[in-house]
Design a protein around this ligand. Sequence first.
Ligand SMILES: NC(=O)c1ccc[n+]([C@@H]2O[C@H](COP(=O)([O-])OP(=O)(O)OC[C@H]3O[C@@H](n4cnc5c(N)ncnc54)[C@H](O)[C@@H]3O)[C@@H](O)[C@H]2O)c1
Length: 398
Amino acid sequence: MSESRVGIWLIGAKGGVASTSIVGVCALARQLIEPIGLTSHQPQFTHLPLPQWGQFAIGGHEIRRVALIEEASRLVTESRTVEASVFQACREDLAAIDARLRPGVLFRSGGTIEELADWDVPREATPRAAIERIRRDLAEFQSSTGCEEVVVVNVASTEPPPPDNSALPETWNELQAQLDDRDLPLPASTLYAIGAMLAGCCHINFTPSLGSNLPAVADLAKRQGVCHMGQDGKTGETLMKSVLAPMFARRNLDVMSWVGHNIFGNLDGRVLDDPSNKQAKVRSKDHLLAEILGYRPQTHVSIEWIQSLGDWKTAWDHIHFRGFLGAAMTLQFTWQGCDSVLAAPLVLDLVRLTVAARRRGEVGALPFLASFFKSPMGVEEQAFDLQYRMLQAWAEKQ
Ligand SMILES: NC(=O)c1ccc[n+]([C@@H]2O[C@H](COP(=O)([O-])OP(=O)(O)OC[C@H]3O[C@@H](n4cnc5c(N)ncnc54)[C@H](O)[C@@H]3O)[C@@H](O)[C@H]2O)c1
């Protein structure tokens, strides 16, 4: 297996998910923590050509000036998910990674995200100029670290739903001819995906933002021989939905309504408090029920920012269903988890599996990664167990 360095480039590199992922890689490389929560450490995946923890170099884009080490220290002092001794042992690594972070791109990001930007973020006039800067930053990272592969992961704040892009061309050749048009309806997440692919990097979209989910960008991935997948990591309440809804379907129980209330207080929650950003997330959390059940029960998803809770999310779901003789019954569950701790191992699994896919010669979308996403691109299957079987089947393939 190749011992060469592998790059992880995080968009939103100082956020909760990114800083937890970074501390995680550093701690795993130093063998300070166990690989609990990492799917790729299960025996059925260890034969794959996965990169090892000590092989990673990390960089990224960010729009906030705050030091990475300061953000990471909040994992010790605020969410209390990282041991102080682990943080101290990783301090030098964090400083080295901070030095590799570059100002990000803001483009159709919406007012709430724009307000977060206090770093010197250049404001390019056209999508082409912004894409070119992203491509250059990635090329510089790759050459300065000597990475053979770089996987770009979008863990930036959720953008508002993109403006109507139905008129955009379906091929990369046609789209790239329009990149000087400053009114092109492409958000920053898509510019990052294009920049990544042009730099020869694979792209993973852990957010509900548009990212690479456009035919012309999928076309670019194939032309560049890179892999991509998204959208929106499936970490908590929606993971439960994709496990429980198949149970109701298979027992022929009639789900009449499913209400999910989510409360949490981190920066992600603050951004999602803006109704337009929230719309993208609610859509991503809601659509799978009808797809699994085959009919549309009444549903309600709420997401509320309650600052005192920090990164600790509580989801309360109330499922009202009918059984034999039409009897109405209820299932309720409460999910309490630390959002970043749930998300970080998925980010790291996605990076390792994407590198393995690339080493196995895969190009384009990676449907076998569906179990990691709320809205897996190009995959209709939403039941978690069946999605997990897709991953196993891919791993067993010669
Ligand atoms: N369990 C989870 O935490 C979870 C699950 C699924 C999806 N997600 C998604 O992952 C993303 C990250 O979540 P988080 O909790 O780390 O959020 P966060 O708010 O802590 O971090 C987001 C980071 O992105 C930065 N950012 C915003 N716009 C940017 C841009 N255009 N370029 C570069 N950086 C930019 C912000 O400054 C911030 O540091 C969110 O979109 C969230 O919805 C999280």
